[in-house]
Write a protein that binds this ligand. Structure first.
Ligand code: AHG
Ligand code: MN
Ligand code: MN
Ligand code: MN
Length: 334
């Protein structure tokens, strides 16, 4: 097999589609390099003393794991000095991180979930990093939080790295979805899938069923109908998977189809779902749509949502198109 590196792919894509200017290419390569560093830290586990909790809470009120903080620091340090960014924002930081004065400022905004799947770190189950890239509004000398509040349809790139049995980087710049496996000996990202396509139909769903008693009627109906199997209204059997790392669940769906759901529920009217719009839902929705799937909050396309705050949460239904359309239809009927 001819080996195509991430660098070669980005340069060829620029020639073909003219959508990856040099600064954006640098940005993606720097993020990919940071993911390599995180992958290395993850792989050391207890030997690197990276497991367990830190004595801190993030702005979401979650207890931070050591790796949440380590990964955040790796991404900040890697991206600060290159001159390609105007500012960064992260799940683990209350406010935006402007580029320090000593470095030149670029035109892009980078958002990330530095370590996704925190509850799986200590049990050696797949975890990952999710990132999203926006353009800073023109004419802004120093971007503020407002600059980040753009709908997901404005993303110029998005991706994730999954740290599993293999470390895989999945990337879109708006022309399909490409995957790269980390060659650990060479330290390079090698393309292992071109143009990922999510099948429109599926027999597999992912949801945290322990919340079933809190679900609203459309989700309850949709899941009940799947669980009714061959003799139910769907007339087929469905299988269920829930890894509890969004990256790993989405990666399975990108590989073999399925629907992933983290709905809003009756517990807290101020919290529409658990997942964060800016650094989880938007980048994943961009990737899933680029692979032929769909992503909604139950009612509307995630990429159309106008954000109102950096850490805003959103309900998420994404994956195989026909299933996402069906459950979205149930919400809109209600
Ligand atoms: P994070 O570790 O970045 O805070 O995100 C965890 C998210 C997501 O990865 C996963 O799908 C979901 O939380 C799992 O939630 P439950 O613990 O409710 O299953
Ligand atoms: Mn978290
Ligand atoms: Mn996450
Ligand atoms: Mn996280």
């Amino acid at each position: 097999m001819k080996r195509i590196s991430l660098t070669q792919h980005l340069i060829e894509e620029q020639r073909l589609h003219n959508n990856i200017p040099a600064e954006l290419r640098l940005l993606i390569e720097v993020v990919a390099r940071a993911c390599k560093t995180i992958s290395h830290a993850v792989g050391k586990g207890a030997l690197g003393e990276v497991l367990g909790s830190a004595d801190s809470e993030n702005v979401q009120g979650e207890v931070q794991k050591k790796l949440d903080i380590i990964s955040n620091d790796i991404l900040l340090q890697a991206n600060e000095w290159g001159g390609h960014l105007a500012a960064m924002a992260s799940e683990e930081m209350e406010t935006i991180h402007p580029i320090p004065n000593r470095y030149p400022m670029g035109e892009y905004l980078l958002l990330f979930d530095p370590l996704d799947g925190s509850s799986n770190i200590d049990v050696n189950v797949s975890i990952g990093t999710i990132f999203s890239v926006l353009k800073a509004p023109a004419g802004m000398s120093a971007p503020n939080e407002q600059a980040f509040l753009q709908p997901g349809s404005q993303q110029v790139a998005a991706g994730y790295a999954v740290y599993g049995p293999q470390t895989v980087l999945v990337l879109t710049t708006g022309n399909g979805v490409q995957s790269f496996t980390l060659d650990r000996e060479m330290g390079s990202w090698v393309m292992t899938q071109r143009e990922a396509k999510i099948p429109e139909d599926t027999k597999e769903y992912a949801i945290n069923a322990s919340n079933a008693r809190h679900w609203f009627a459309p989700v309850q109906r949709y899941v009940d109908e799947m669980n009714a199997g061959k003799t139910g209204p769907r007339a087929k059997d469905f299988n269920m998977r829930w890894i509890a790392s969004m990256v790993a669940d989405v990666h399975r769906i990108l590989t073999r189809g399925g629907i992933f759901m983290y709905p809003a529920d009756a517990r807290d009217p101020d919290k529409p779902g658990k997942l964060r719009l800016m650094y989880e839902a938007n980048p994943m929705a961009f990737i899933v749509e680029q692979a032929g799937g769909a992503a909604t909050n139950g009612k509307e396309r995630i990429l159309d949502i106008q954000p109102t705050s950096l850490h805003q949460r959103v309900a998420v239904f994404l994956g195989s198109k026909n299933e996402v359309d069906l459950v979205t239809g149930y919400h809109n009927e209600a």
